[in-house]
Each structure stands twice: as C-alpha cells, then as structure tokens.
Design a protein around this ligand. Structure first.
Ligand code: SPV
Ligand code: MG
Length: 306
C-alpha cells in the first residue's frame, strides 16, 4: 500500500507539519496550508491538563489522533512516545494506529514512562539501542510495512554524545525506520547541523525546531530534514490568546472589547462545516416543517441571527 506520507514526500520537500491535539486544531493546521498534522503527545497531554510523561495511555493518544485524522484530509503523524512499553506493546500500538488510518507513527528511545524532552529536573533515561531498534522493527513488521515509521533518538536530549546519537539513528534505520528524528533542545541549530552533516544514510531526517527557532524549514530541508514539525506552537498561541481574552473579559465585564480579536461566530460555523449539517437536514429530513413544531416565543427571540 502506498503510504500517503511517502507519496507526499515524492512531490514536496520539506513536508511542513503542524502540531495538533484535537479535530479543530488539526483542521486549522490544514486550512492554514500545512502538509500534514502531528498528533502531539505534548499537546494532547496538555489539553487534558497533564504533563507529557506517559500519564495518558495509548488509548487516549489513539482517540485523539483518530479525532484529528477524521477532521482532516492530510496525513496524520502520531507521536507515539516510546511505543507505550516494550517491542510487544509497540507492535500492538502500530497495528491499532495503522488500522485507524494514521499515516505515520513516531517512537522515541526514552524509557517508559517518558519525560518531555524540555522538562528540567526530571529523570532522563534511554532504553538500550537494540531494544528501540526492535520496537521499530515491530512497528514495520506488524503493519506489512504500510505504516511510515519515524524513529526518534533522544540521545542529545539525554546529554549523550553526537557519536551515540548517530549510532542509535543508524541502528534504527537498519531496523527499517522510514525517517530519523534527532531531537535537540539547544537554542541554536548547531546539533542538527552537525548530525545532518555526519549522517551517512539516505534515510530522511525529521526536525522539530522548537528551541532552535531561528532556522527556517527551507534551511532545514537543505540539511536533509525532509520533514519539519512545528510541534506545539498552535497550543501555545491559543493559550496566550485565551489568557489575554479572559483577562480582558474580567477587567471590562463585557465582551465588546474582544470584537475583532476573537474569531467571529461565522468562522466557527464554517470550521465545523455547518453547510454540511444543513445539506444533511435537507437530504434526510425532507418532510421537516418548522411550522409543525412552533417554538415558544422566548426561544425564537434568542435565536442566532448573525
Ligand atoms: C511532542 O509534540 O509531543 C513532541 C515534540 O514529542 S517535543 O514536544 O518537542 O518533544
Ligand atoms: Mg511527544
């Protein structure tokens, strides 16, 4: 089966991916023009008010990823943390996500439970390279090769040397990974630049430029990063916008001051495909007669007219 992410990579470089945590955030990413959606573990956990540390289980991640998938027509790359356990857990995970129509999964070599790459002051341990390579193989084997598997190494995050990052990535590529994500939490892209320069294989690289935020996707592409993931900017944009709007609402005691700064109701209607609902009603409720069910006057008065 031709994977839709592989197909996209044949015609576009780099693939620009936006992080999401639900149907709406995924759809906003597609509408903006991104090529694919990243079902971000960080965003999904945060949207539950939880830290990104394998506190939510695989089912929660699958539910959120499926919701995103159903809301968009572009490929979804699911962040599957460490495969939720060992290679047997990873095999089960891969089957479930593949059957749900997810184009790609990404698994990282953190131990279970993982800790978000950016948290300071938490324990940080990696599984042995052989163990993670077997997880990669398990994902490929159990989806007839149809699932695009991104293998991610946290070697640099864990303070290991560049040689270890390269060795781990090579082992994961050897095990069948379709792409390699090398994560960095430096403020500059230097680690990525060095890794890419020393990467000896044709296996494409994936970058998540969160902390090293000055390099452009085009520049990353020239280094060999065929997939660039903006993993959490959407969530962070919405947190700040909501905080500002709420503060203003409380300060002013009315909503008028938010006009022009919050999406109009029409924008929400359009994003949830209100037209589709109307068409559905015309098609499947053809005999519906509003006069047959008169509404109480007070309900009619508050009906939305905008
Ligand atoms: C995520 O979005 O959950 C990621 C990317 O794994 S990062 O948060 O940068 O580790
Ligand atoms: Mg993650």
């Amino acid at each position: 089966v031709a994977n839709d992410l592989s197909r996209l990579m044949e015609i576009k470089d780099p693939i620009l991916v936006i992080g999401a945590h639900d149907g709406m955030s995924g759809r906003l990413g597609q509408r903006a023009g991104f090529d694919a959606v990243w079902a971000s573990g960080f965003e999904i956990a945060a949207s539950h008010g939880l830290p990104d540390a394998n506190i939510l289980d695989m089912s929660a991640q699958l539910t959120a990823s499926s919701e995103i998938k159903d809301a968009v027509t572009i490929p979804v790359i699911a962040d599957c943390d460490n495969g939720y356990g060992n290679a047997v857990n990873s095999a089960h995970m891969a089957r479930k996500f593949f059957r749900a129509g997810i184009a790609a999964v990404c698994i990282e070599d953190n131990v279970f439970p993982k800790r978000c790459s950016f948290y300071d002051g938490v324990r940080r341990e990696l599984v042995p390279v052989e163990e993670h390579a077997l997880k990669v193989r398990a994902c490929k084997d159990n989806t007839d090769g149809g699932l695009f598997v991104i293998a991610r190494t946290e070697a640099l995050i864990a303070g290991r040397c560049m040689e270890e990052a390269l060795d781990r990535a090579e082992a994961y590529a050897e095990a069948g990974a379709d792409a390699i994500l090398v994560h960095s939490r430096e403020k500059t892209p230097d680690q990525l630049v060095e890794f890419a320069a020393r990467w000896p294989r044709a296996t494409p690289l994936v970058a998540v430029p969160t902390t090293y935020d000055t390099i452009t996707a085009q520049e990353l592409s020239r280094l060999g990063c065929r997939i660039v993931i903006f993993a959490n900017q959407g969530l962070r944009a919405s947190i700040q916008a909501v905080q500002e709007a709420y503060a203003q609402l409380l300060a002013e005691g009315r909503a008028a001051g938010l006009r022009g700064r919050i999406a109009p109701l029409q924008a929400v209607f359009e994003l949830v495909d209100l037209k589709g609902l109307e068409e559905s009603e015309r098609k499947y409720l053809p005999t519906w007669d509003p006069m047959a069910f008169p509404q109480p006057a007070e309900i009619q008065e508050v009906r939305c007219v905008s």
